[in-house]
Design a protein around this ligand. Structure first.
Ligand code: NAP
Length: 293
């Protein structure tokens, strides 16, 4: 992490970069492997230290390419402690034995001996108490530094907090973008009250917010981006990064767009910019069910 990287403080006091790299769609085809490893190396050179992946992505392929890029970075002299590696277990692996196996397999693919944040990818049929016990077991054995969840709404988090050990949940990763602002109404305030950062996935709506519609009048994203000499994608990210307790994890496998997204963290939005964005991308006025991509 560079001195200027914005951070969000986790409940155990650890600073976590506020901008990270998503890896969904990495590791899906062997022909893209070299280009993907090169993209990950560029990301590391640019300054990305938070990487988000999952056993699901490319059926372990994303963890494998990330593992290669990390091994390379460590050989070049970067230290393991500089990175913050997030991966996720399938809900059907979320009991004690399944989680041990899934975590060991992720560690092998990543070439690491510890995961910084291990998430339950979404809520499935395994009782939360069993999953929390499985996470605790991994933490006690030093396989993970901390754990969290993904795609949990307020009621799920309340249930989780009522389970023994459940209050240790370090983060919740959900779909949050200018087009999908639902979590800002109740979920984000709930998480802030409980000292639990919100990790925003699909923060540029899988690329849709970056594209805009040239046939239409420029929207607020285009107008505010123009004022800042920035791109639509950068504004979409900056709008999330100004929210307290929010970490954004845009995915790109293109060196130029990786740099563009990284630079978004340095954009400072004025109250006027925010008001203009709010007119075209209105904040929620009531609780909405959590969306998933
Ligand atoms: N927990 C969950 O259930 C869950 C669900 C979805 C995603 N996630 C995580 O969140 C990460 C991010 O979400 P996402 O991948 O769904 O969507 P995203 O980050 O909103 O968008 C990624 C797409 O936008 C393009 N893109 C990236 N930067 C751009 C830029 N500056 N200008 C124009 N296009 C740009 C990318 O293409 P290029 O690669 O060609 O640049 C890619 O097609 C995932 O990779 C994954 O790690 C988690």
């Amino acid at each position: 992490m560079t001195a200027t990287t914005p951070t969000v403080i986790l409940r155990d006091g650890t600073p976590c970069p506020a901008i990270g790299l998503g890896t969904w769609r990495y590791g899906e085809s062997s022909s893209a492997r070299n280009a993907e490893i090169a993209a990950l190396r560029s990301a590391i050179d640019i300054g990305y230290r938070l990487m988000d992946t999952a056993e699901m992505y490319g059926d372990g392929g994303a963890e494998r390419v990330l593992g290669e890029a990390l091994a390379d970075a460590l050989k070049q002299g970067l230290r393991r402690e500089e990175f913050f590696i997030v991966t996720k277990a399938y809900p059907h692996h979320a009991d004690r034995a399944g989680m041990r196996r899934a975590c060991d397999a992720s560690l092998r693919r990543l070439g690491l001996d510890r995961i910084d944040l291990y998430l339950l990818h979404w809520r499935g049929g395994v009782p939360l108490a069993e999953t929390v016990a499985a996470f605790d077991d991994l933490r006690t054995r030093g396989r993970i530094a901390r754990w969290g969840v993904s795609n949990f709404d307020v009621d799920d988090l309340r249930e989780l907090a009522a389970v023994p050990g459940g209050e240790a949940c370090a983060a919740n990763q959900v779909y949050l973008s200018l087009r999908e602002r639902g979590p800002e109404f109740a979920l984000l305030p709930f998480q802030l009250r409980h000292g639990m950062p919100l990790m925003a996935y699909s923060p540029i709506d899988q690329g849709a917010l970056a594209r805009g519609d040239e046939a239409k009048e420029p929207d607020a994203l285009a107008r505010v981006a123009k004022r800042h000499g920035a791109t639509r994608a950068q504004l979409a990210l900056a709008a999330l990064l100004t929210l307290p307790g929010v970490i954004a994890i845009p995915k790109s496998s293109n060196a130029q767009r990786l740099q563009e997204n990284w630079d978004a963290a340095r954009l400072a939005l004025s109250a006027e910019d925010r008001a203009e964005l709010d007119r075209d991308f209105p904040p929620p006025r009531r609780k909405k069910p959590l969306a998933m991509t």
